[in-house]
Design a protein around this ligand. Structure first.
Ligand code: ATP
Ligand code: MG
Length: 279
């Protein structure tokens, strides 16, 4: 697909996050990202939709360097993601996970404070010695997500799923990120709680002017919360537009059950590894 223009993505606003020609091919030949290019303006709530395996997680992980790329560039403002800039970029980007990724046996406070790992030294994190300013920030973040002091010393495992994701969001807010990556942040929650969590995520991002890149499976929630929807199939962007344009036809085209585009390398690799005969 042609590179999404800034007019499509944000009305001529400077891109905050920029993907140009991203390619990620795994050794078995699967192209998780296949020439992905689009720009996200500052403050946009951009939802990535697509069937399982379409490349959503791989795309999100390219922003904080958790996925290596075989081609293309990721930029945050003027900074290009590279080995030398990885640390600086990670300070500006936070992630919210599907399974919350909390240390269940640790306290809520310790989990929120672990969001400072990019800023404080490893031994401090290990010993739980955080400066007072960070502790105050952690309390403020916890308040902002609707939890209070009585939750601070509880073990994360003792909280409900919705509360655990609130802790996940508080942890993400700790260093006041410019970009929040949310990888299916409500996949483990019931519909009512999912709405609460997405409302919270949208509101805290708006307050801070943070850009959100959020993968979802629920198209109704995407329509409700997204400023813009990017639809992926087999590692390619096949839809890009405001949520109002993501109509039934666009949804059907994104999810219809036609064969996925498979890299020509895949059968040969399978054959070699397992002695399979291509059908
Ligand atoms: N580490 C890996 N090694 C090999 N293949 C991988 C790896 N990570 C992802 N893939 C493959 O890359 C493709 C895209 O995976 P990805 O996790 O990005 O999809 P997704 O859209 O997030 O799927 P889901 O909705 O199930 O989370 C899939 O075919 C997946 O099997
Ligand atoms: Mg995924």
């Amino acid at each position: 697909m042609a590179r999404a223009t800034l007019t499509q993505s944000g009305g001529g606003v400077q891109p905050h996050l920029s993907f140009a020609g991203l390619v990620r091919q795994f050794p078995d030949g699967v192209r998780a990202l296949d020439d992905v290019s689009f720009d996200v303006p500052k403050g946009q709530f951009c939802v990535v939709l697509g069937r399982s395996g379409s490349g959503k997680t791989t795309l999100l992980r390219s922003v904080n360097g958790l996925t290596e790329l075989d081609g293309g560039t990721v930029r945050l403002n003027d900074t290009e993601m590279a080995r030398g800039t990885l640390r600086a970029i990670r300070r500006r980007v936070a992630m919210v996970h599907q399974q919350f990724n909390l240390v269940e046996r640790a306290s809520v406070a310790a989990n929120v404070l672990s969001g400072a790992v990019a800023e404080v030294s490893g031994w401090r994190v290990h010993l739980g010695w955080y400066p007072e300013t960070l502790r105050a920030r952690a309390c403020a973040a916890l308040h902002r997500v609707g939890l209070d002091e009585i939750h601070l010393n509880r073990r994360a495992a003792a909280l409900s799923g919705g509360q655990q994701q609130r802790v996940g969001i508080a942890r993400a807010l700790l260093l006041n990120p410019e970009v929040i990556l949310a990888d299916e942040p409500v996949a483990s929650l019931d519909p009512a709680i999912s709405r609460e969590i997405l409302t919270l995520l949208r509101d805290v991002a708006r307050e801070r002017g943070a850009t959100v890149l959020c993968s979802l499976h629920q198209t109704d929630l995407a329509r409700e919360f997204a400023d813009r929807i990017v639809g992926m199939r087999s590692g390619r962007v096949v839809f890009d537009g405001p949520s109002a344009r993501f109509d039934a036809a666009a949804e059907a085209a994104l999810y219809e059950n036609t064969p996925a585009v498979v890299s020509p390398k895949a059968p040969a690799t399978l054959e070699r590894s397992y002695g399979c005969t291509p059908l």
